[in-house]
Write a protein that binds this ligand. Structure first.
Ligand code: NCD
Length: 316
């Protein structure tokens, strides 16, 4: 059996970490810890989602997130329907996304997981359907379950999530992971410093909490309890003039640069890693990297998010 923190979670949807209270975030993380022993599928998991059907409406490239939601739901006994945009009526018959979602819901769904290239789409789908909606990332806006995975991995390593200083370094501008982690860590009482060249610290006006920024990574590192690195999102760089050699020189996290941080400060990265760009291999594969642990935490967090939202919808 797993203990769900249903007394601290009453939301039908998980669309972002913006506006969540510390108690709500901890409710998901505590529930994820209950599921963590079952995250890799070695131990048979409690069948919390037996008889439930989850639709994976993943409309943007995804490896980790699609697989992670699928394994999370299936290990808890649920069934997952994979939506494929390229062979759908949406692609060839011009059905709108909201109509597609409503029609699929009419066949009986218990939750929709959605990733979309347009900001706010998960919110629009949530308004259009009656079942729970869990965001798997929208544009550069939010990616709540990724940030919760990062927070769980960090809590496993450091033991707490309050009073920490966390550098989030790299392509902050294009990162939904950076935004969701900022909201989460701020709500929990930690300090976030966004680090990168000016080019990557622009375009943050959508953020609704105070965001500290710094361009000198080496100067920030000694204060950090954890360092979260971001992928340089080349696919979103049309019109962005990045000097890659200069970027590597000033921001790539090498073993030498990492030596400036506190001795036990872990390194996180949501994946996929651009090896040799934001991270040197010796750090990616080194003893302070939590990268693969974050991935395992991701399954537990998605188990918790689906179970809590479905339970809340049922009570409403
Ligand atoms: C992130 C994403 O898609 O936002 N990856 C992920 O979900 N694990 C970050 C990225 O693509 O760099």
């Amino acid at each position: 059996m797993a203990n769900l923190a249903t007394d601290r979670w009453s939301r039908r949807d998980l669309l972002g970490l913006e506006g969540l209270t510390a108690d709500e975030i901890l409710a998901v993380l505590d529930t994820a810890d209950e599921y963590f022993p079952f995250a890799t599928g070695v131990e048979p998991a409690p069948q919390t989602l037996q008889g439930r059907t989850v639709l994976n409406l993943i409309l943007e490239d995804s490896t980790r997130t699609r697989t992670s939601f699928t394994l999370a739901a299936e290990r808890l006994g649920g069934r997952v329907i994979q939506f494929h945009a390229d062979t759908s009526s949406m692609a060839h018959k011009r059905e709108t996304l909201l109509d597609t979602a409503r029609n699929l819901e009419a066949m009986g769904l218990d939750a929709i997981v959605i990733r979309h290239a347009e900001r706010g789409t998960p919110h629009r789908v949530a308004e259009a359907v009656a079942c729970p909606v869990v965001s798997a990332g929208d544009d550069a806006h939010e990616h709540p379950t990724q940030a919760l995975s990062d927070l769980l991995a960090l809590r496993h390593h450091v033991g707490r999530l309050d009073g920490l200083t966390v550098a989030i370094s790299g392509d902050v501008r294009h990162s939904r992971v950076a935004r969701s982690n900022l909201y989460g860590l701020t709500a929990l009482g930690s300090r976030v410093v966004f680090v990168g060249p000016d080019l990557f610290l622009q375009g943050l006006d959508d953020i609704t909490v105070e965001a500290e920024t710094a361009t000198d990574f080496d100067a920030v590192l000694p204060e950090c309890d954890a360092i979260m690195m971001l992928r340089v999102q080349f696919e979103r760089h049309e019109g962005v003039d990045l000097d890659l050699a200069d970027y590597r020189r000033r921001y790539q996290l090498t073993a030498e640069r990492l030596a400036r941080a506190k001795a036990d400060a872990p390194v996180l990265h949501p994946g996929p890693v651009n090896r040799g760009t934001e991270l040197a291999d010796e750090v990616t594969d080194g003893p302070r990297s939590l990268i693969l642990h974050q991935v395992t935490c991701g399954v537990a967090v998605r188990m918790a998010a689906l179970a809590l939202c479905i339970a809340a919808a049922e009570r409403a």
